[in-house]
Ligand binder design. Structure first.
Ligand code: GMT
Length: 370
């Protein structure tokens, strides 16, 4: 098949998933074209079967807001024509689904459009008055819509009164890259420290200040180290919170690190404090590294983290409960290790890349069959 993949290139789950699908398709012998305004964070140059196309936006003095959506639609047209694309698979509804539908209309062709919903494209952006109708337009015009969790499917139906089928295709993890690696912690912490890891794009929905507060409450006098990978608008506030709580010397902000798998593998526990999360890819990647997860019981997280089996789920907005869960893991290492081992097993068995790719390919075949 000849497939176009459109995504946000940033350090975040939807781009990571789009690149995982693109790479797996390319490896399987399909002709794949990735379109974005920058090379996506996880897409190496020269990935087998994958060509990257940078979408440029021409500036003009009249444009206070250069129209990326139109530039993207134009690029989709050109790449689809030049490479005889069968399908454009867009990740994150806005603006990608609308741009793909515009490209299809401009081409006057039967280019198939598959839209994968990731989370805030529905729960935050999609409910905003400026974007609600274009999001619905994107959903209705797509040949297939997928969601990364059953929770997100149900929210989409409810918010948009959308009663067409939505396929649930969970995110996958590369279990060869994200794997237990006892040597990794040497780079980050001493042997006698309990290492807590958090990875996110540090937007308000992630409640990074709760991550810091939970760590400070669990390890007020030492014995623990908190590593935070990623960057975003709430980083500065979280740094301030660590200083105010007197734990700044044991809290490290690593920024957008390239080898996030090494940070995961260094952990004794992974902590996610989000107020909403449609899936929680970082939690799955931690599990694949054999790390027990402490996460808020929100959205699709219970579909990823099995409470008491691969991690501990706590109420959102309650750093005290998260601190209690971290302490429990620090005090009962055999229990923590058993959660980690079950997490690794579950990640490999349920969220392996081959099985997930097969689900997308089946959807492509279905829409191509008309
Ligand atoms: O929806 C977002 O916030 C953006 C997206 C991203 O690019 O980081 O994250 C979402 O998609 C990920 C991949 O499917 C999911 O693992 C995240 O749970 C989801 N984020 C939220 O729902 C907050």
């Amino acid at each position: 098949m000849r497939v176009g993949i459109v995504c946000h290139p940033t350090y975040g789950g939807s781009g990571a998933v789009a690149v995982a699908v693109a790479r797996a398709l390319g490896q399987a012998g399909h002709d794949v074209h990735v379109l974005s305004y920058e090379q996506p964070a996880r897409l190496p140059a020269g990935a087998t079967g994958v060509t990257f196309h940078r979408v440029g936006v021409t500036a003009y003095p009249l444009f206070r807001y250069p129209p990326y959506d139109l530039a993207l639609a134009s690029a989709i047209c050109e790449i689809a024509e030049r490479n005889s694309l069968d399908i454009v698979h867009v990740h994150y509804a806005i603006p990608h689904a609308v741009a793909a539908l515009l490209a299809r209309a401009m081409l006057g062709s039967r280019l198939r459009v598959v839209t994968t919903l990731h989370g805030t494209d529905i729960t935050i952006v999609g409910v905003d008055a400026s974007y609600h109708r274009p999001t619905l337009f994107g959903l209705e015009g797509s040949d297939a819509v997928t969601a990364v969790s059953a929770w997100l499917r149900d929210e989409t139906r409810r918010f948009f009164r959308f009663d067409r089928a939505i396929d649930v295709v969970p995110n996958s993890v590369d279990a060869a890259c994200f794997r237990p690696d006892p040597a990794a912690r040497r780079d980050f912490a001493r042997d006698d420290e309990f290492v807590v890891v958090h990875v996110s794009n540090m937007r308000p929905v992630k409640r990074v200040h709760d991550v810091v507060a939970a760590f400070a409450a669990a390890f007020p006098r030492g014995g623990g180290r908190l590593l935070l990978a990623g960057d975003g608008p709430d980083r500065a506030g979280a740094e301030e919170r660590a200083r105010a709580a007197g734990v700044a010397d044991r809290v490290e902000f690593l920024g957008e690190t390239e080898s996030v798998e090494r940070v995961h593998a260094a952990a004794d526990a992974f902590l996610l404090a989000s107020e909403s999360e449609s899936f929680g890819l970082a939690a799955l990647e931690a599990s694949a590294c054999g790390v027990p997860v402490v996460a808020t019981r929100v959205g699709g997280v219970p579909e990823v983290v099995e409470d008491g089996v691969t991690g501990l789920l706590v109420p959102p907005g309650d750093p005290g409960a998260a601190a209690g869960a971290l302490r429990r893991l620090a005090e009962d290492r055999p229990f923590a290790r058993s959660l980690g081992a079950s997490g690794r097993r579950r990640a490999v068995e349920r969220f392996g890349e081959d099985a997930v790719l097969a689900r997308y390919v089946a959807i492509y075949e279905r829409v191509l069959a008309g």
